[in-house]
Design a protein. Structure first.
Length: 458
């Protein structure tokens, strides 16, 4: 009886502790990882490193000198040699460790064993990146960071760089317009496409960048940000007037660059430029980011006159995509579908859009439109996005690389407030003054608009 009482007294707290750990792991995985999970995975890694590497086929035969030394000093069995392991660096989401590969090994060998390493060390996922020849880094992610998105405190932000989402390996997905000037973003209704666009605008608002919007849904998506927009077109007729103005602005900038190239023959080479970034800061015009929401509306026609207008607008968009980068004009094209069925010029325009982001779509053909020509293996990942995960997307570019990302929740009211607070940073572009939207005065007690969109962090 005494033993039973003692067992109950000891077992009660242990069961409570175990139940609390299980609850924390399910509801608060980040807290569980920082308190318990990280330590357990570290112990597993240290205690089983050699045997796991051997089971995964990541070991090599020891050198003759090593064999001789082992046989001379001990009677142990000479075992294969795993990659040399560096220090384990814990993070808030997992572990990072560098491996020096043995001669004859390549990073692809380690990447092929990532799933085995995940199960052996009890983590959510393992990602392999090449640091330098012969050295790879393993990023062990302890839990599903896309289930409840929390952006890292330190992100690679800067001029024309916006940390807009979180990758599945817990690193920020940064939209860098200098590296990827133009991008296509596709997604069905309530897929999180508008949230992605909202983050881009809110991230660019505090920067000295001209923001231009084409929203043919009567401005319902971009009108809340009117205080920060240098120009806004809310129907195809207005877009047909705005796009030629942007093309004219681009041509004027090319004239400015050509004038700089035509300076005296004795000018140093570093002062000769082929884009606006080589111009002196006092002469450099502000960059322009053009947001086109629901691009299919620009392609739809009902009459012969509409067809002529459509052809002109598509031609101007293609010119901006082909020539705009050097002039500091960047495109962000959004829609639900974007393929050859839209009409003449659609495929040519899509080919100029280097970056691709595909949210949940309604059919496989839409995913192929976004990713099929740059990363065919990413199409199936885009088709597997569930409706209850808004904001989840597959991002890729023409390099062939791709990853799953998810945008954190940002209310429309907060984004609009950021634009109003940054309205004084709007660059003064004479070519766009006539297209600047009217911003009515807000009543003092009025609240910022909100939208009924499921938070993507839940």
């Amino acid at each position: 009886m005494t033993d039973l009482t003692t067992l109950l007294e000891v077992g009660g707290p242990v069961a409570a502790l175990g139940g609390g750990a299980a609850y924390t792991r399910a509801k608060y995985p980040a807290v569980y990882w920082s308190a318990v999970g990280g330590l357990i995975s570290t112990v597993r890694l240290l205690s089983s490193y050699s045997s796991v590497m051997e089971a995964c086929g990541l070991t090599v035969a020891p050198s003759r000198l090593r064999v001789l030394a082992v046989k001379t000093t001990t009677r142990r069995e000479v075992r294969p040699v795993p990659p040399r392991r560096g220090f384990i660096r814990p993070t808030s989401t997992g572990l990072r460790i560098r491996l020096r590969l043995a001669p004859g090994q390549e990073p692809a060998d380690v990447a092929a064993s990532a799933e085995r390493l995940r199960h052996a060390w009890g983590v959510h996922a393992v990602y392999v990146t090449t640091v330098k020849p012969g050295v790879v880094e393993l990023r062990l992610v302890g839990y599903d960071v896309l289930r409840r998105v929390r952006m890292p405190r330190k992100a690679d932000s800067g001029f024309l760089k916006v940390p807009v989402a979180l990758r599945e390996d817990a690193t920020p997905f940064v939209r860098d317009y200098r590296t990827v000037p133009h991008q296509l973003t596709l997604g069905a209704t309530l897929s999180g496409k508008s949230m992605y666009l909202r983050h881009l605008i809110a991230g660019l608002a505090p920067q000295p960048v001209a923001l231009v919007g084409v929203d043919c849904k009567r401005g319902v998506e971009l009108a809340p940000f009117a205080a920060r927009l240098s120009a806004l077109a809310t129907d195809p007729d207005e877009a047909a007037e705005l796009l030629p103005a942007l093309v004219k602005e681009m041509e004027d900038r090319y004239d400015l660059i050509k004038a700089r190239q035509g300076i005296a023959p004795g000018t140093p080479d570093e002062e000769i430029t082929s884009d606006i970034w080589g111009l002196p800061e006092s002469e450099r015009p502000a960059p322009v980011v053009l947001f086109v929401d629901e691009v299919a509306e620009l392609f739809l026609t009902a009459t012969r006159k509409d067809e002529e207008r459509r052809d002109e607008m598509v031609t101007q968009l293609i010119r901006l995509a082909q020539l705009g980068r050097a002039a500091g004009i960047y495109l962000e094209v959004c829609g639900q579908r974007f393929g050859a069925e839209l009409g003449k010029g659609a495929t040519m325009l899509r080919a100029q859009l280097t970056g691709r982001v595909c949210h949940r779509v309604n059919d496989e053909a839409s995913a192929k439109m976004a990713l099929g020509d740059i990363a065919p293996e990413a199409v199936s990942a885009a088709c597997a996005i569930a409706p209850e995960l808004p904001g989840l997307a597959v991002a890729g570019d023409t390099s062939g690389g791709w990853s799953r990302i998810r945008t954190p929740y940002l209310s429309l009211g907060d984004a609009a407030q950021m634009c109003r607070e940054s309205a004084h940073l709007m660059p003064d572009l004479a070519a766009l003054k006539s297209f600047r939207p009217d911003v009515p005065a807000r009543p003092v007690e009025s609240l910022a608009p909100t939208v009924l969109l499921h938070p993507v962090t839940d």
